[in-house]
Design a protein around this ligand. Structure first.
Ligand SMILES: [Zn+2]
Length: 143
């Protein structure tokens, strides 16, 4: 949340964790109550349909990005890439990261320090992994 942002007529705030709000559910085909499971970034949250249990990512409508600093936009580009992977791949198929294993693009990995990440690209010895806060190069195929 950027409190220092220039005064805008509306301030968008994520619904609090464990609260319910109406949101369109594709599976149910209608607006249903969704419970907020967690905030994944400042502008997105993991939500679950109370009727069918399907999980999805809720994103706040984007406010002006022009006034953001470079640092913020780098961080949010990792966060938004992470959010897209999270929506597409989810976390159920995640595997624990080990440098001795080999990985392929679009795999979800669980890193002991950085948490859930998604493999974006691969070379013979390195993988580029999108974490929520940054994109990092990790080694793989290390014997
Ligand atoms: Zn539903």
């Amino acid at each position: 949340m950027s409190e220092e942002a220039p005064a805008s007529p509306e301030v968008y705030v994520l619904p609090k964790v464990a609260t319910n709000f109406y949101y369109p559910c594709k599976k149910c085909g209608a607006e249903k109550f969704h419970v907020v499971l967690a905030h994944t970034t400042d502008v997105s949250a993991k939500i679950e349909c109370e009727i069918c249990g399907s999980k999805k990512t809720y994103k706040l409508p984007s406010t002006s990005t022009r006034s953001r600093s470079k640092k913020t936009s780098v961080r949010s580009s990792a966060a938004s890439a992470w959010g897209m992977f999270n929506e597409k791949i989810g976390s159920e198929s995640k595997v624990t990261y080990k440098m001795s294993e080999s990985y392929e693009p679009d795999m979800a990995i669980d890193h002991v320090k950085f948490g859930l990440g998604y493999v974006k690209s691969v070379t013979s010895s390195k993988i580029e992994v999108v974490f929520e806060d940054a994109i990092r190069l990790l080694v793989h195929n290390r014997n």
